[in-house]
Structure formats: C-alpha cells, structure tokens
Design a protein around this ligand. Structure first.
Ligand SMILES: Nc1nc2c(ncn2[C@@H]2O[C@H](COP(=O)(O)OP(=O)(O)OP(=O)(O)O)[C@@H](O)[C@H]2O)c(=O)[nH]1
Length: 364
C-alpha cells in the first residue's frame, strides 16, 4: 500500500529531560503535519498530552479531536490501530509517528515491539532514536541509572537540553565528551540551537526522502569508518561504572562475504548474547550478489527483515557492521566475525571449527 512503511521516531530521555518541550517546538513545523504522536504515559494527569494538543494545528486527529494517543497498555496495539484507521479511511494520511517514551523507560523494548511484530514491521520502519540529555542533571543520571546509559547508547541523535541553566560550561563539555564516549556514532546537538529542528532530528534512516537516496555513512554514523572501538574509558570507573558496560564498535571486512557466513555469524551472536546486543546495523557485500548491498538492522535477538539496495549508494563497497552492546565481550564478537569472514588470527579457531562446535568458543 502506498505510504508504507511509515517512519517511526522514538523520543527518549530521562524524567524531565525536556522531551515534551522539544516535541511541542518540533510540532509547530509544518513538515510534521500528518504526524501521530504516541505518548507512553504512566503518570497521573496527561499534561504532556494537553501541551501537545495546544501546539497541534495541522496535525492529524486520531479520535474525537485528539491528535496524540496516550499508551497505557500495549504500544503494538496502538500502532496496529493506527494502521487500521488508515486502511479504513478513518485517517486520511499518516506520514510519520513519533513515540515519546516514559522517562524511566528502556527504549530497547520499544524498538523491539515494532521489529518483532510481523504486521507492524511491514507497516512501519524505525527512522531513528532521539535521546535527550539534561545538561544539569545528565551526569548524575548516567551515574545512577543504566537505563539512561542505554538511552544514550542506542541513540541516532542526542540532544543536550537545559544548557542555559548550567553554571559551568566545563561541566557541559565534560558531559558532551562522555556522551561521545558512550555513543560516538550519534550527532550531539544543543536543544537551544535554532538548527536543532525537524531536519536535524528526523530522517535518520538509511533512505533519505529529501535526497531520494540511501546514505550509508550517515546512517551508520562515523563510528563505521574506524575499525576500532571507542571503549577506552579513561574516566574514573567508580564514577562512570555503567558507561564502560556499554560499547559501540564497528566490524569491517573488505570484499564479499557469503550469505551463509553472515547468517551464521548473526545467529550465533544473537543466540549467545542476544539480550546484550542493544542495537546493530550494517551493510553487507554479498558474495552471491556483490553489486546490491544487503542492509540489516536489529535490536537484541530481533532482526529487521533484511533488504537489498539496488546499488552501492556511496560507491564504497565492503561489509560494515555497527554494534552497540551491553556487557558483551567485544573480543568474542571480533573473533567470531573474523572467523566467519575468513580472517582467523593465530589464536582464533577457523570457521570450520566454529561451525562444528559453536559453543566451544562461547566468549573467552
Ligand atoms: N531552561 C530550560 N528549561 C527547559 C529546557 N527544556 C525543558 N525545560 C523545562 O524542564 C521541565 C521539564 O520539561 P519537559 O519537557 O516536561 O520534560 P519531559 O522529558 O517531557 O518530562 P517527563 O515527561 O516528566 O519525563 C519543564 O519545566 C521545561 O520547561 C531547556 O532547554 N531550558
């Protein structure tokens, strides 16, 4: 059906980080007409809801005058309901969905619920995760809550809010450095900047409707261009104890890889460490069809149905995977990848050995 899959953006950030404030501002942009806003609200009064409504001119109405849905039950039901309304003509157009998660939420299950649902995965595509971090409380929040670190780790865009309230610019810079350390692939933007608008925050997906092309480099983030990780934490481990649990790194292989090898690599990774794999995205040069890159992305054990692009958009072939992990032994992943791409090092079992007995190399 025309118009599908509908891009979904997930707006997350800790309690009071400024999600609703930013959303209200964004919704004034006419580009966001025909956007449905889903608010994952567990508080008493839906103040967010009212605020969103006030700023809502031009946005579609979902039911009796309400433009946003407040989710208390299942997010998947709300999304399925939106599709149903669209298909039965009760909504004329639905160009985009924005899900504002509750502040305490781990965003990974939200992403999973879209990807794991056979019908929803056809109707929606994940555009990106926008994570807000409060410049005043951000450091303490990251210290105290691993969920906050996860929110930063899985982000495609990070927005620093309340910089105007911060007393010490050096602390803001330290926070900025910390965010880059946790997630070097995501752009870090300032909420107060005029440029931090719709264009900067949406369309993080692989396919960019503005340029009508796929931008692999932008989608994967700069991390993909360095075959090394950024997990060398020179911070005090006591202060930043959660940060070091989260790693983002890229795996790069020049030259084509057989589909079976990639499939087996991903299967092993997901079965051995699925819950530790927060997010994964990548492009693969297939031996069977090297001119058409295979695009994969996944959340934990769930892999979005892979798609093939008609050609290599930026001319740069090869296999590039970006992994964001929690408590996953990076060494294991690198060895596994090397084994399947036939680059065994001296102390790494080769692919045949892995296929014979995959559990024998379970990590360390
Ligand atoms: N000075 C300043 N205040 C801000 C900024 N962003 C948000 N605020 C204020 O911070 C408070 C919380 O903002 P909200 O937008 O409600 O935050 P939220 O993340 O939606 O909050 P929850 O839904 O409770 O998690 C409000 O009083 C906002 O006016 C900012 O950049 N600067």
């Amino acid at each position: 059906m025309a118009g599908f899959p509908i891009p979904v953006s997930v707006l997350t950030g800790f309690l009071g980080a400024g999600k609703t404030t930013l959303l209200n501002r964004l919704l004034r942009d006419p580009v966001l007409a025909d956007t449905a806003v889903i608010i994952n609200e567990f508080g008493e009064v839906a103040i967010d809801h009212l605020l969103v409504e006030q700023a809502s001119d031009g946005i579609i109405q979902l039911s009796d005058g309400c433009l946003c849905c407040t989710v208390r039950g299942e997010l998947v039901d709300t999304l399925a309901d939106l599709v149903d309304r669209l298909q039965t003509g009760r909504i004329a157009r639905l160009a985009r969905v924005v899900i504002e998660t509750t502040g305490l939420a781990d965003p990974v299950p939200v992403l999973q619920s879209i990807m794991a649902h056979p019908a929803l995965v056809q109707a929606f595509r994940l555009d990106g995760v926008i994570t807000l971090v409060d410049a005043v409380n951000g450091n303490a929040t990251l210290d105290n809550h691993v969920e906050a670190v996860k929110q930063v780790a899985v982000a495609d865009r990070i927005v620093l809010t309340k910089i105007d309230l911060a007393n010490d610019p050096r602390e803001v810079e330290a926070l900025r450095a910390r965010l880059r350390q946790i997630n070097s692939g995501a752009e870090v933007l300032d909420a107060g900047d005029r440029s931090t608008g719709v264009a900067a925050l949406f369309d993080c997906g692989l396919y960019n409707p503005a340029t009508k092309s796929a931008d692999v480099q932008r989608w994967l983030g700069e991390e993909a261009h360095h075959d090394h990780h950024h997990g060398d934490h020179d911070h005090d481990e006591h202060d930043h104890r959660h940060d070091s649990r989260v790693r983002s790194y890229s795996l790069v292989h020049d030259g084509p890889v057989p589909f079976s090898a990639i499939e087996m690599f991903l299967d092993l990774l997901r079965s051995a460490h699925g819950e530790r794999l927060l997010r994964m995205k990548g492009v693969i040069e297939l031996r069977e069809d090297p001119s058409r890159p295979l695009v994969i992305h996944g959340v934990q054990k769930i892999l979005h149905p892979p798609v093939q692009l008609p050609s290599w958009p930026d001319g740069q072939r090869g296999t590039r995977l970006v992994l964001i992990t929690l408590d996953m032994p990076e060494d294991y992943v690198r060895r596994l990848f090397a084994a399947f791409t036939n680059k065994p090092s001296i102390d790494t079992p080769d692919r045949a050995a892995l296929e014979d007995n995959p559990l024998a190399i379970a990590g360390r």
